[in-house]
Structures are given as C-alpha cells and as structure tokens.
Design a protein around this ligand. Structure first.
Ligand SMILES: NC(=O)c1ccc[n+]([C@@H]2O[C@H](COP(=O)([O-])OP(=O)(O)OC[C@H]3O[C@@H](n4cnc5c(N)ncnc54)[C@H](OP(=O)(O)O)[C@@H]3O)[C@@H](O)[C@H]2O)c1
Length: 290
C-alpha cells in the first residue's frame, strides 16, 4: 500500500484530497496543527500527526516511509499573524527538506493558475519562489495550477444572501472555478501523467456577473449587482501597499486582481456551481470546511 503525507487536510482542498487518496487505497497520514479541526467534518485518515509546518523541529522524520507528499498549506484567510513568506514559502520549504531527506517518490504542491505571470502579487511571489525550489530539489514533483475554487465563490453567495453583490471592475472577465472534489481527483490523476505543472479549472467558464447571478438564483432572489470601478481598486491597492503589510493588503490585491483577469484554464471535472450554491443554502454553511 502506498503511503501519502497530506498537509492542509483541515482546509478546503486538503480535506477533499485526503478523502480521494483514502478512497484510492492509499495509506493516509495527515499533518495538522490543530487536530480538533478534523472533528468538525469527516476526513478519512490512517494516521494524524500534530505538527507545525512553520516550525521545522516539529517535522523531524515526518516523511519517513512516505511515498508521496501532498501540500495545500497556504494562507487564504487565516489571521494568525504569519506572512505568505512564513507559510507558503518557508513552511513548505521545511516540509520539502524532510521529503528530500526521506527520498520520497513524488512531491505535489498547489500553486495558482498564471502564478508565474502574477508575481507582482505577494501571494504569487512566495508560491512561485517555492515552485522554483521544488523544481530544483531533485525530487519528482507536480505543481498543480488551479483557477479559483468553489469555496472562493462563497463571497458571492454571502453577499447575495444579504441582497447585493459588489464586484470590482466590469465583472466581464471569465473564470472556470473548480470544486475541491474535482480538483482532488485531478491531483491524483496528475501523479500518473508526465506533465509536471498542469493547469486546471472546472468544467464551465462564467463571467463574474454570471457567477453572482447564479448565487442569487440559488437563493431565488432577484440579482442586484454593483460594480466598483477598476481605477478605484487600483488606487486602494496602491495605498494599501504603501500603508499596510502584505498580511493586510495581500488577500485584497489577490482577489481584486483575480476579478479583472481572464482566468480560464483547461476544463476538468463535472461538479456544478449552481448546485454548489444550492448546497450552501441547504446546509446553512458557507463552505464544507470553513
Ligand atoms: N481558494 C482558491 O481559489 C485557490 C485557488 C488557487 C490556489 N489556491 C491555493 O490552494 C491552497 C489550498 O487552498 P484552500 O482553499 O484549500 O485553503 P484553506 O482552506 O485555507 O486551507 C489551508 C490549509 O493550510 C493550513 N495552514 C494555513 N496556515 C498555516 C500555518 N501557519 N501553519 C500550518 N498550517 C497552515 C490550514 O490549516 P488550519 O486549518 O490549521 O488553518 C489549512 O489546512 C492554498 O495554498 C491556496 O493559496 C487556492
């Protein structure tokens, strides 16, 4: 039985990836900083190890006997005072060092679609810095480059529930968001394929206006959308970069940029965004894991 170490299983993608590996017959070892979080939703694991990826002394020999390392650890909305450099780069570097020591046969890392071209954004800069280290590590690797996740579309749903969706720019840029389940399946298939840095998105591309409209549709509400001029976002990003740290401006500049760029990657999967929004309505949660 092949053994996989999964870091990030308490998050949206990692949760689905842990299930996908387990269902595919792997021995799954989860690296988590807070095991309590695993109790809030079912994750299938053979072993759970409590460690802190940003503290290398807690990771010693964590990859012993492991064939595949998968990491989706990264800052999305966490407010724990750490920077993209601390977590997305250095945390994953700490894990990579252990993987090299153990000589694992594959290291899988999640970056972002078009991340190489967006290194003016703090998050992409640190992710791509890690990608370069992984590529020169000597280990077989896969860098997965997804577009936005269904979970990232939750903001549309939450705003629609309140009655109005606000969109930076015209809302006419396209994206094909992918569900955690479909992306997890893609990550497993990528192991067997030769491409080392595949790009991937969901089965259908929408404009952001269409996604907002779907969110209203799932709630049986009339669509009310307000567009915030792109020039105003640029001014706000400029000021935030001057006046705040990347912990504050990073998530804002990332989201604002995503909304105005074409983000359509090769199509994959079958999960439907409208059904996802409807599932949020029926469960009353804004995401399966958040
Ligand atoms: N969301 C998107 O649309 C999107 C698109 C492309 C790429 N990505 C990338 O895909 C990856 C996974 O995204 P996601 O939506 O699944 O993220 P998520 O739900 O926020 O999960 C992030 C995971 O990283 C862990 N983590 C964060 N900070 C940590 C720290 N300081 N120490 C230890 N663990 C830490 C979290 O652990 P805790 O549960 O303990 O906080 C969680 O398990 C991220 O790197 C993200 O940048 C996301």
């Amino acid at each position: 039985m092949k053994r996989v170490l999964i870091a990030g299983a308490t998050g949206y993608l990692g949760h689905f990836t842990a299930i996908a590996f387990k269902n595919a017959g792997y021995y799954t070892k989860l690296l988590v900083r807070n095991p309590q979080k695993l109790k809030t939703y079912p994750v299938y694991a053979n072993e759970v190890v409590q460690a802190e990826i940003t503290q290398p002394e807690t990771l010693i020999d964590i990859c012993a006997g492991i064939d595949i390392v998968f990491t989706s650890v990264g800052i999305t909305r966490q407010k724990d005072g750490l920077s993209y450099h601390d977590v997305d780069f250095q945390g994953n570097m700490n894990l990579l060092e252990e993987a090299k020591k153990a000589g694992v046969s594959m290291f899988i890392y999640i970056s972002v679609f078009n991340g190489q071209a967006m290194q003016d954004l703090a998050i992409c800069r640190e992710k791509e810095r890690f990608v370069r280290e992984l590529q020169s590590s000597g280990l077989p690797y896969r860098v997965i480059r997804p577009t936005g996740y269904f979970s990232d579309m939750n903001d549309y749903y939450i705003m629609a529930k309140k009655g109005r969706v606000y969109i930076f720019g015209s809302g006419n840029a396209h994206i094909n968001p992918i569900s955690g389940k479909d992306l997890a399946a893609f990550c497993l298939t990528a192991i067997e394929k030769p491409e080392t840095a595949p790009e991937v998105g969901g089965p259908k591309a929408y404009t952001h206006n269409e996604i907002a409209t779907l969110a209203f549709q799932s709630l049986n509400k009339p669509a009310k959308i307000t567009h915030i001029p792109a020039w105003l976002c640029k001014v706000v990003i400029f000021l935030m970069r001057k006046l705040t740290s990347s912990k504050t401006y990073g998530p804002f500049e990332f989201v604002a940029t995503m909304l105005t760029k074409e983000m359509v990657a090769p199509f994959y999967g079958s999960d439907d965004l409208l059904e996802y929004f409807k599932s949020l309505k029926s469960t009353g949660k804004s995401s399966p894991t958040k």
